[in-house]
Design a protein around this ligand. Structure first.
Ligand SMILES: Cc1ncc(COP(=O)(O)O)c(C=O)c1O
Length: 395
């Protein structure tokens, strides 16, 4: 039997996916209805929510964001010698999807405010080999899209593919994140704002891509056209793979999307609470909280803190974990990783990425993190800093 004290001192996990509405009822309904493979009724409903939210031409639910990035890479028809520019501060998939279609990767540094692509470095990396740029809206805050557009001015041959794994329902200058490039991709992995275990989506913003995307999505066949009654039989047409999300998972996802305003509201509360509790101590301890530029409406994906240096970050991580609170670090720079070096077009130099990666700590963040839990996280964080300060003081 748990006393109040025991409950208060339970481990605080980094992430905790939650049931927010009709998830179990819809999964049951999908199973009982019998259409459990892709392109079922729940897929159509979930895709329509996403289409309306991003003003897309079409939305294809995929098995992951990685799969959606792979589909976008296939649609680019990359040729030998083509390069794709991605931030070094991102997940491997942002680069891998294009590398496996034969592109060489150029790693772009990030700018220290939004932790998104640095337009100046982007400008320096662009050349005749560039086929695409893949901005990531880190933490659901738009990167400097004005700067990205300026760098790409006059380069109509270079496509933007937004890796919007963090930013569903975020906005930049009033426009939905995910509507700013030829394609964008979403993640519904259990660590994201809206989850179904593993899942993703490709957002298609150009009418000209819709038909071919549907073929590549469905094992290279025109099955979708057949299902829509546009052709009387279907057959193999093109390259592709099996990208579709099972309707059982789409049912889970749709229930989460139905509760999108409540989920975003809860996450905003957690974010604001951390900001309020941590701001008063930032100057004294030399840490920095997330910056959300005025022209961005963020998606409340995470809460990170930038510590003064790597040893302090690592000491605070260890100290918090020892007290049962589980923060974590984030991306290890891709430009210096083994895979990054293997698929790079040229050696990368991304000093801001190196610096940020060494100093960033993410606090536990999920829909139902309570006031008491948030207070305990912040207390453990400040304890970690104070312990380190004590250890460092000369005897
Ligand atoms: C920016 C970014 N892109 C892509 C991915 C891959 O997402 P998924 O696990 O849905 O393939 C992640 C995963 O965390 C990510 O952070």
């Amino acid at each position: 039997m748990g006393s109040a004290t025991e409950t208060a001192l339970a481990e605080i996990r980094f992430n905790r996916p939650s049931l927010e509405g009709r998830e179990l009822a819809y999964i049951k309904q999908a199973v009982e209805a019998g259409h459990t493979s892709s392109a079922g009724p729940f897929s159509a409903r979930a895709a329509e929510v996403l289409r309306a939210a991003t003003d897309a031409r079409d939305v294809l639910l995929t098995t992951s964001c990685t799969a959606a990035l792979e589909l976008s890479a296939m649609l680019l028809d990359l040729q030998p010698g083509d390069t794709v520019i991605v931030p070094s501060f991102t997940f491997s998939s942002t680069a891998l999807a294009f590398a496996r279609e034969g592109a060489r990767i150029k790693f772009c540094d990030i700018e220290p405010e939004t932790l998104g692509l640095d337009p100046q470095h982007l400008d320096a990396l662009l050349d005749d080999s560039t086929r695409a740029v893949v901005p990531v809206h880190y933490a659901g805050v738009a990167c400097d899209m004005q700067g990205v557009h300026e760098a790409l001015a006059g380069r109509g041959d270079v496509d933007i593919i937004e890796d919007n794994a963090h930013g569903l329902f975020g906005r930049w200058r009033g426009r939905p994140l995910g509507s700013l490039g030829r394609f964008s991709t979403l993640s519904f992995h259990e660590t994201k704002n809206f989850v179904c275990g593993e899942g993703g989506a490709l957002i298609i913003n150009d009418d000209l891509d819709v038909d071919r995307a549907r073929v590549l999505y469905d094992k290279g066949t025109n099955r979708r056209a057949f299902l829509l009654g546009q052709v009387d039989k279907y057959s193999w047409k093109d390259t592709g793979s099996s990208f579709g999300l099972a309707d059982t998972l789409a049912a889970y996802l749709y229930a989460q999307l139905e509760r999108r305003y409540e989920i975003l509201g809860k996450r905003r509360t957690v974010f604001d609470r951390y900001t309020e509790l941590l701001s008063p101590h930032a100057e004294e301890h030399g840490y920095r909280l997330p910056v959300v530029p005025e022209d961005c409406e963020q998606a409340y994906h995470m809460f990170y803190v930038l510590l003064p240096d790597r040893p302090t970050r690592d000491a605070v991580l260890a100290s918090m974990r020892a007290s049962g609170v589980h923060p974590t670090f984030h991306y290890v720079p891709l430009h210096s990783s083994e895979g990054g070096r293997r698929f790079a077009a040229e050696p990368g130099d991304c000093p801001v990425t190196d610096d940020i990666s060494a100093r960033l700590l993410r606090l536990p963040f999920h829909n139902n993190l309570t006031q008491t839990q948030s207070e305990r996280v912040v207390a453990a964080f400040l304890d970690g800093l104070n312990n380190r300060a004590t250890l460092e003081k000369p005897a």
